[in-house]
Design a protein around this ligand. Sequence first.
Ligand SMILES: C[S@@+](CC[C@H](N)C(=O)[O-])C[C@H]1O[C@@H](n2cnc3c(N)ncnc32)[C@H](O)[C@@H]1O
Length: 377
Amino acid sequence: MSTPRGSDIPNLNTFRSSHPGRGRGRKGGFAASEQGTEAQDQVVQRTDQDASVSRMNAVALGYLDDQFAKFFTPGPVPKKYPIINRGTYVRTTAIDMLVRRFLMTHCSQKKQIISLGAGSDTRYFRLVAENPSLPLVYHELDFAANTASKISTLKRNPPLLKALQGHVKDADDIAFSSDGTRLASPTYNIHPVDLRALVQSSQTPQPLSLPNLSPDIPTLVLSECCLIYLSPSAADSVLSALTRSLVPSPTPLSLILYEPIRPFDAFGKVMVANLASRGIHMQTLEKYASLSAQTTRLQTAGFAGGQGAVDVDFAFEQWIDAKERERISRCEMLDELEEWRLLARHYCVAWGWRNGKQEYGDVFSRAWDDVKDQNED
Ligand SMILES: C[S@@+](CC[C@H](N)C(=O)[O-])C[C@H]1O[C@@H](n2cnc3c(N)ncnc32)[C@H](O)[C@@H]1O
């Protein structure tokens, strides 16, 4: 590994010594997309490389246990700062906790997870390697460029294929499209889809279909740093396509969001400006800028059964027990506690759900009702 890079957060030196956004000529540091859509999409697609490098750093230092991460970061892995590694750990652990609670509730009931902008995320492989008989259908959606890269990695690495083959009843049930961008199976599916097409399609008489996606089994949708890259109206419409067309009521349905918040304070402005300088534009950040804006968003989108939101600082302190926090503090030296807390307050996990009428209709209430929520902003 080389010198640390904290490319997805404010450059902390910048934060200490300058006024955010000054001289950039952009209101609040938000870069209006002056680039063509294709170029902008490529920037967004490449954010996945940063996510997988962050994951690999957290694995290499012992924060996370993930035997699959290394396949998605061949070659030298740039180092990340300790506060970034801790952030990656909390992000993964917090989402895992909600996911596992969902899977463990009505545990014999078949369930579905739809991961928006899954990129090279390894969660599916980790879950089924741990429990090959998990009654779970997993769907990952991303741009074709990213699904092609994931499928090619999968084909080249037997441990990934083995985890998948161990989860399907018959290995012949796994089908790859001839262009290498799509994988279909009864348990794991990779769909080359621009989420914005999902929106247009839900408004046409023959909506785009996602093979093996079931409209009537309890479904958890994940957006781990994905919807934030869409325009606010497109992001809202994607949720509407999911809640109304793809998995309509009365199927129990939920959403977990992980994304930045609080762009208006000094740290938030630098965070936005630094990302904008790399061409990364987090389009929904101003609209969903706080924990309460996120929970209201979930309620408005139809997740009326319940909602919650915590920032990463809260998740670290309140969701992770003292013994585990002590283990984490031994992974590497972290002197910048104040900076860690600042950074951690600018990312959130938000979740919301819709109940169903079936005997398992209460799956999300039972799984998440007592998850500790943060009642402040
Ligand atoms: C920061 S990466 C996160 C990847 C993964 N969710 C994780 O947390 O490791 C964002 C991902 O969202 C995907 N994405 C963003 N906008 C998208 C869109 N309109 N359609 C499909 N995928 C999109 C990107 O291609 C990228 O893989």
